[in-house]
Design a protein around this ligand. Sequence first.
Ligand SMILES: [Fe+2]
Length: 298
Amino acid sequence: MEPSATPRPNVEAFFDPRTSTISYVVYDQPGGSAAIIDPVLDYEPKSARTTPVQAQRIAAFVREQSLQVEWILETHAHADHLSGAAWLQAELGGRIAIGQHITQVQDVFKKLYGLGDDFVADGSQFDALIDDQATFQIGTLTAQALPVPGHTPADLAYLIGDALFAGDTLFMPDVGSARCDFPGGDTGQMYDSVQRLYTLPDDTRFFVCHDYLPEGRCDVRWESSIGAQKAGNIHLNAATTREQFVALRSTRDATLEMPVLILPALQVNIRAGHLPEPEANGSRYLKIPLNALFNHLQ
Ligand SMILES: [Fe+2]
């Protein structure tokens, strides 16, 4: 008997030009089951206005294809955008899930924001916490959670058939890798995480979380492969040593400012994309801690 071929799920990408984020819908077949990965809720920082423009694009696609959303998966608690998970769940259903180590990130940011006893850093804001290496079903598709700490301690990549949703690990080969200087980030761990991804078959499709146009390229791209990353990622390819990567990544991180939306985003994203509860006047508020979030530039 022929060995069964690796399933090749359908993947639809949604690029958000404001944050350079790519969200995905992965599904077994039209009319079948789907997972939404890393959805964005638009947030305009000058007026503190949220709008579901990107999330509506995803919802329209899901409805056009008559998909049943089983999961809304986060690869990590993003610092560059607010999650659209809660908005999409209210529209389409599905369980919001993230990696089990999110509790470490919640713990750090609970202290930073001075959150009270009503915020418990136990992951209970999510419908499911996914254990390292756990497998779960999306209809007929089997997904596996691969721990990829480095950018944050709680990053997961999702391997679904031949498609790897890599989160903030590597970007397109001509862009490189994700920063490792957020709380709990670690350049050495990032290297080790990518080495584990590099044991996957070369033809594994590699879907990135962001695309930042490098000089000389004008088109947004989101799909690479394990083979192409090993051959040519400018930060971390098959020939890169741990020492080389740690030196390169640390030097580069020393030049980066904090993302514009990190303070608005994290307090929503550690709540699984739920906005803070309204106060007595009916308005919702974000907290901005002063002089609390430092990096080497500030
Ligand atoms: Fe990120």
